[in-house]
Design a protein around this ligand. Structure first.
Ligand code: BTN
Length: 254
């Protein structure tokens, strides 16, 4: 059920309209359904919980009441879609830091705190009437007790509630986050994406670490070395051979 609709004319693009629902299957799916009709770029779908929240690699994203689940509709150049999904990790980390969790960015766009995941991003491209859109879905473990998350997730996850004594309302967190994404997106539209990738490279804590990357083609172990212009993670193996990694399981070893 839709609970409300907010408008903020001060935003450049992202978050000028926010649709708030109590429960949906997945905010990414709701956003895609809304794209069947004419929606403005920057539209945000926000839900209090999701019955079928989705994570990357076809995993489920546990979405109990208390967490923040939102999707943003963007219309970038199709060739920038993957990189844009990476870049949105930066505002998510910034928002967490603003509210007291000194989070870091793990490739591609996980927000981590002390090796535990606190937020994730699932960005999906969709064509509608010959136009290409990206739905960037963001899940943040804000006001969730760790024991509300699945047992196998608990040792690898944390929540804002667990790390910060101050209560932060989801509305307040979302408002700040959308402001940050709006700024990022206007920088994306006004500068070269390479500059933003440079910022991302500087903030991505995976760079310099020993990693193991599992893809459909096999496993590569080596040092995370760079971010390619395509947004791929460049891994240098022990034979000094470079491998580009985009999708798969990435484990940070040390
Ligand atoms: C991941 O790290 O695996 C990505 C998690 C993304 C979860 C968010 S919650 C809002 C949006 N709707 C979804 O179904 N998934 C994303």
């Amino acid at each position: 059920m839709k609970l409300g609709e907010f408008h903020d004319a001060n935003r450049k693009i992202v978050g000028r309209t926010v649709l708030h629902y109590d429960a949906v299957e997945s905010t990414n799916d709701t956003a895609k359904e809304l794209l069947e009709s004419d929606v403005e770029e920057g539209l945000v779908v926000w839900a209090d919980r999701q019955a079928a929240g989705r994570g990357r690699h076809g995993r489920a994203w546990a979405s109990p009441l208390g967490g923040l689940y939102a999707s943003v509709v963007l219309e970038p150049k199709e060739s920038d879609a993957w990189v844009l999904g990476l870049l949105v990790g930066m505002p998510v980390v910034r928002a967490l830091r603003h509210f007291g969790v000194f989070a870091g960015l793990k490739y591609p766009n996980d927000a981590m705190y002390q090796d535990r995941k606190i937020a994730g991003i699932l960005s999906e491209g969709v064509y509608r009437n010959d136009r290409y859109f990206v739905v960037v879905g963001i899940g943040v473990n804000t006001n969730v007790d760790l024991d509300r998350l699945p047992a196998d997730v608990q040792p690898k996850a944390t929540t804002l509630k667990r790390e910060v004594s101050l209560f932060v309302a989801n509305e307040e967190f979302l408002e700040y986050l959308l402001g940050q994404i709006d700024d990022l997106y206007s920088r994306y539209r006004n500068t070269r994406i390479e500059f933003l990738l440079k910022d991302y490279r500087g903030q991505c804590q995976t760079i310099g670490k020993q990693v193991r990357a599992k893809t459909s083609k096999g496993t590569v172990t080596g040092r995370a070395y760079d971010i390619a212009l395509s947004g791929a993670l460049v891994i240098m193996d022990d034979q000094d051979t470079k491998h580009e990694f985009v999708e798969g399981e990435l484990e940070v070893l040390r």
